[in-house]
Ligand binder design. Sequence first.
Ligand code: NAD
Ligand code: UGA
Length: 451
Amino acid sequence: MKPPVKKIVCIGAGYVGGPTMAVIADRCPDIEVTVVDLNATRIAAWNSGELPVYEPGLDAVVHRVRGRNLFFIGQLEGAKKLADADIVFISVNTPTKTEGEGAGKASDLRYVESCAQFIAEHATGHTIVVEKSTMPVRAADTIKRILGKNPHGGTFEVLSNPEFLAEGTAIRDLEVPDRVLIGGERPEPIHALSSVYARWVPPERIITTGLWSAELAKLAANAFLAQRVSSINALSALCEVTGADVDEVAKVVGSDSRVGPKFLKASVGFGGSCFKKDILSLVYLCEFHGVPEAAAYWQQVIDLNEWQKRRFADKITRQLGAKKGKVAVLGLAFKKDTNDFRESAAIDICRQLLAAGLEVVTYDPQVDFADFGKTVGTSAGLTKAVSATAALKQASAVAVLTEWDEFRSIDWSAAASQLAPGVVIYDGRNVIDAQMARKVGIQTNSVGVQK
Ligand code: NAD
Ligand code: UGA
């Protein structure tokens, strides 16, 4: 009988590390869970009243367990915790490489490698090292190589346990996951990690595979989801010129039980920190391993998405033309219920509108405007409003880019008098009450619906 898991350390206190460890600590009160990050500001925020990640339900979980069996600490203290950890999760960022071999496509594993180095230097005894970050297939080889050089004679097992949570629903996804995936080479470490999840996840939802299948399955899962969005977005363009309605088409396609209804909502384009980088990683892997035809297939999912964003902004710049004027942008987050705007369609669309000489007034209930402005890269012409109604004042065009619930209930009959004459609402999410808007004389232009 193997000793039970008593101590877990997670390196990386981001959107995945923080919520995931909070739920593990909540469900396993007898396990000490410590989250380590080299970003001291982030650690301070996790220990404060204002968490660095906005997620429905997260505050309640963190308040239940923080200081009980969940701890957020800096790198220096973290080194000591590694010494007697049973399991160490690596949950750091794996962005697209910007230089060197594979730049622009391959995953940058430098943060993962520095974690492996950190673990090798400080872990003692036997440690299970878990890839929680999304990694390219065969990344575990790199981690094993680094761990092999540890100075204390420690022994290690490497598992792949990729995370499938989606932002905005992270707590629900962690508490009631569709599946937990554990890939490994030997049964003992797989059992040890399974025993943690088994406290709240039914056994039939814990899938175990080989290491390489687990690494690749994570990339494949994201690629399939993004592919569905690009498929429906490709159809949205055809709907706009033929008179078919994209939501009706999606309903019919999705009611086939072999296809299913989820992830068929036409939009201004998918965003988020992972879809693009993970598909690029898959494209690179296909090229690297000599299957360029497969690489071209997946690349098209991204190309279509870039085109969808451009196509949306083009409609606005064409309408306003030389008249210029003000565009009210409602929603900067890449989806509702998150403060995350990484790779959000709003970034490219604001850039394109600003480059066309338009004034852009933005409103988002959660996104930090200063950070958003820095990402867009120019402050000239880009401003923030305190509410959706404030953003609408004298707008010549309205662009709805995130499906926040509050945009569904905008009272267009009350807003009509504030808008500039001839205003058009471009609904990139098909969430506004278009019927009400049209009733009061406002033109609407929805994705996948003929004007
Ligand atoms: P993030 O950028 O929010 O957080 C990563 C954290 O790691 C940062 O706080 C950073 O300071 C820290 N870090 C980096 N290098 C470190 C080091 N050497 N030592 C200590 N801390 C270090 O990233 P995220 O969104 O949490 O994503 C993490 C991984 O999980 C990525 O591989 C991503 O693809 C994957 N993933 C993300 C999501 C999501 O919804 N965001 C979902 C599933 C999987
Ligand atoms: C996605 C996956 O859903 C998670 O399973 C995965 O763990 C995660 O990526 C990751 O690896 O990071 P996330 O990016 O948080 O999660 O959010 P999604 O709900 O997948 O939405 C992604 C983008 O697609 C958003 O911009 C969303 O608005 C867009 N989308 C989604 C559509 O345009 N239409 C849809 O029908 C669904």
